[in-house]
Design a protein. Structure first.
Length: 142
């Protein structure tokens, strides 16, 4: 289970990198520290782009059926930085098969909260290895 969560966090970190963010802390990281709790909620990634900060979370299937998910999203999407009082962006990663359900939950939220949430599909783009099948051919004649 941990390797699957670790892979999902790695794929979410890639989304942060595509947007130009540098990772400050992340779960299951080798060299980076684990992020602290934000309020009563665990976060997976904390990142920074110049003077803007972002929080990243992965939403699994069980969390999508949690009735308190909208409260969690509202709380995390309305965070401000301590001194400059800028909004902290919330990046939410969801598996491909749960994307429509997560999108529906976010669409029910207030407009100001929705603007601060960026929803990503977590898709593993690794290609299957064909090397093994190339060398294992059936022998027709012996």
């Amino acid at each position: 289970m941990e390797t699957n969560e670790r892979k999902n966090i790695d794929l979410l970190v890639e989304q942060f990198w595509k947007k130009g963010y540098l990772t400050i802390s992340r779960k299951y990281g080798t060299y980076l520290p684990e992020p602290g709790k934000v309020g009563a909620f665990d976060v997976d990634i904390v990142a920074r782009y110049r003077n803007d900060y972002a929080i990243g979370i992965n939403l699994d299937r069980n969390e999508l059926f949690d009735p308190n998910l909208s409260k969690k999203l509202i709380y995390l999407a309305t965070r401000h930085t301590k001194f400059s009082n800028k909004l902290v962006k919330l990046f939410a990663g969801v598996l491909e098969e749960n994307f429509k359900q997560a999108k529906a939950i976010i669409d029910e939220l207030d407009e100001n909260v929705k603007k601060n949430i960026k929803l990503f599909r977590i898709v593993d783009k690794s290609l299957p290895s064909t090397r093994k099948s190339r060398f294992e051919t059936n022998v027709l004649f012996s």
